[in-house]
Design a protein around this ligand. Sequence first.
Ligand SMILES: *[C@@H]1O[C@H](CO)[C@@H](O)[C@H](O)[C@H]1NC(C)=O
Ligand SMILES: *[C@@H]1O[C@H](CO)[C@@H](O)[C@H](O)[C@H]1NC(C)=O
Ligand SMILES: *[C@@H]1O[C@H](CO)[C@@H](O)[C@H](O)[C@H]1NC(C)=O
Ligand SMILES: *[C@@H]1O[C@H](CO)[C@@H](O)[C@H](O)[C@H]1NC(C)=O
Length: 424
Amino acid sequence: MLLIHFSYLLLLGEATTSSASATPTLAPFSYGQEPVRGVNLGGWFVLEPWITPSIFESLNDSNIVDEYTLGQNIAPDVALPILQNHWATWITEDDFKAIAAAGLNHVRMQIGYWSVPITSTDTNYSTSTEPYIPGAWPYLLQGLTWAKQNGLHVILDLHGAPGSQNGYDNSGQRTSNPAWGSNSENVPRTLDIIKFIAEKLGGMIDILELLNEPVGFETSIGDVIGNYWKQGYQVVRQSAGTQLKVMIMDAFLGVDSWEDFLTYPSAQGVLMDTHEYQIFNYDQLELSQPEHITYSCQVMTNLSSFANSNIYTIIGEWTTAPTDCAQWLNGRGVGARWDGTWQSGQPTFGSCDGMTGNMSTFSDDYKTFLRQYYEAQVAIGEAIQGWVYWTWKAENADDWSYQRGLAGGWIPQNPSDRMYPDIC
Ligand SMILES: *[C@@H]1O[C@H](CO)[C@@H](O)[C@H](O)[C@H]1NC(C)=O
Ligand SMILES: *[C@@H]1O[C@H](CO)[C@@H](O)[C@H](O)[C@H]1NC(C)=O
Ligand SMILES: *[C@@H]1O[C@H](CO)[C@@H](O)[C@H](O)[C@H]1NC(C)=O
Ligand SMILES: *[C@@H]1O[C@H](CO)[C@@H](O)[C@H](O)[C@H]1NC(C)=O
């Protein structure tokens, strides 16, 4: 009797599990009514040396500074198993469960163009991804299923475009000459890649972000980005209907450069992404801890004003880290502005000891500030349509890790909890 009962439950369990994994469903998210609260799954499908230095160190070649040079310098039959092991282990189903348990409702996932399996039936432009090593797509699909099964909505973000849209290692290629906008084939090719993603994944994601961090301040990219947003919007609407949201970025020009752009009724379902870092230039690094809080509260006022009169706006990346000290944050082999190891003849602000790495080196005062800085920046996001923290995990930079912040107590288990409710 017991045995029969047990196997009946087992069957029921299997049936439930298999139907859930075939077609997990999740009610659409009420953007504008509920705040987006999320984390980025940084360094998963687009490697960044500072997020996973161990992979780069294991390759025994300091010329490998990004995924592009990895593909150039390591034979594919050696590189592919290394990457596959990373894709299968860096983020697992347990991470999705932990993210949901931390009260978050979104993940923002990165993909490089070289991982999108587009063929010559999908585009009249090149399908070559050399020297990149493709193969991440099935792992992305698995991640999308885990997200849904755990009640998490997805922003899928094209993080690396052909030619590189910013020259940062996080676009796949670190280069002083990002060529996305200067080669006439790159933009239409990227639109074909967006079409493919919208067709294949439109029903599995909530927001498709057309491109991460194009450097609008470079002429060749500034000249094409507005048209790319408009054409990308049309491509998504034609391929995936009206349910899928489309995300654009301020392209480092400030949201105020995008007044009346893709607003209703000329477009619908478009959101603005802006990234809020206070650590990549000297003017901001010199701010004292209380000044960082005041600055955050000013950002809140400015972004609210834009969001109220234009389109829903989300801070798609931000961090509690108040310095650029994390090892290789500015690129493999590159130092930090904070302690003067980046460039000589510049101001320095202090030692990097106790600012990054293992939180066992963090003072109580520092952790108190990290909590205040977390709450001030969450306040910005919640004054608009939401926020997505960068990033869930980093091997050796606890100041950047949401997961380690939860463990260390400077990030609350429930993101609505406030120790400093009047911080702004
Ligand atoms: C790097 O060097 C170590 C130690 O010699 C070796 O075990 C490992 O296979 C090398 N890695 C690669 C990718 O060649
Ligand atoms: C390729 O070009 C031809 C001729 O202009 C056009 O009919 C076709 O739709 C294009 N295919 C794709 C996938 O863009
Ligand atoms: C907010 O907007 C004002 C007016 O445009 C500008 O002067 C100020 O620098 C902005 N502050 C921040 C923190 O973005
Ligand atoms: C951080 O430091 C503690 C205490 O020294 C140590 O037990 C732990 O293994 C370290 N964690 C990592 C990820 O290195």
